[in-house]
Design a protein around this ligand. Structure first.
Ligand SMILES: CC(C)(COP(=O)(O)OP(=O)(O)OC[C@H]1O[C@@H](n2cnc3c(N)ncnc32)[C@H](O)[C@@H]1OP(=O)(O)O)[C@@H](O)C(=O)NCCC(=O)NCCS
Length: 159
């Protein structure tokens, strides 16, 4: 499998992925509109990446390397027909390499009603940090997970 991640900034791609997110759980329950999502995805605090296999778009992800928790995988979505084939795991593996070359932590959240995503992240070595109660929408929590290669003090970036 030749999976690549490329940064993207075009309005067309941003709108495509906003529509994908808004038609997919967990964002349906979170009640995000396409307009709100385009605005969030356009914020330059994070970088958007398109995931492709042999040139075909299979999903996208968004990563924040700034702020209080640099190394935060903000969004990850694989098109339904490409799910369950190892693509999400491959995206996370590539992001880990990129993030760990700059900071010693990778953070990711999953909604409390998305146990399959939580199970996936734990199977990839992420550990539970805690639950953010009623974070995005009342009645549901966001589960924060972290994978680390050591403390910040003493960490030497390689990129
Ligand atoms: C979660 C997601 C990114 C994983 O990508 P993937 O390519 O399906 O994952 P992989 O093939 O590498 O790993 C398979 C595991 O992913 C999880 N998974 C598969 N489909 C899923 C889905 N629709 N929703 C949530 N998790 C899913 C399961 O844990 C699965 O393992 P299982 O078959 O033993 O249950 C992808 O399924 C997806 O985009 N889901 C919808 C959006 C979403 O939930 N994003 C994560 C928000 S935190």
């Amino acid at each position: 499998m030749n999976l690549t991640l490329q940064p993207f900034t075009t309005t067309e791609q941003t709108e495509d992925f906003a529509r994908l997110m808004c038609s997919t759980e967990p964002w349906i329950t979170i009640k995000r509109t396409v307009e709100e999502t385009v605005k969030l995805l356009s914020n330059p605090i994070a970088t958007n990446y398109v995931a492709q296999v042999n040139g075909e778009t299979i999903g996208f992800t968004r990563v924040t390397m700034q702020g209080a928790f640099p190394g935060y995988i903000n969004t990850l979505v694989i098109y339904p027909q490409w799910q369950g084939q190892g693509n999400g795991s491959q995206v996370i593996s590539q992001l880990e390499k990129m993030i760990f070359s700059q900071v010693p932590n990778v953070f990711i959240c999953a909604s409390s009603f998305n146990p399959r995503a939580v199970k996936l992240y734990k199977s990839l070595g992420f550990e539970l940090v805690g639950e953010l109660k009623d974070y995005a929408v009342a009645g549901h929590n966001e589960i924060l997970l972290r994978k680390t290669i050591g403390p910040i003090i003493g960490f030497k970036p390689t990129a």
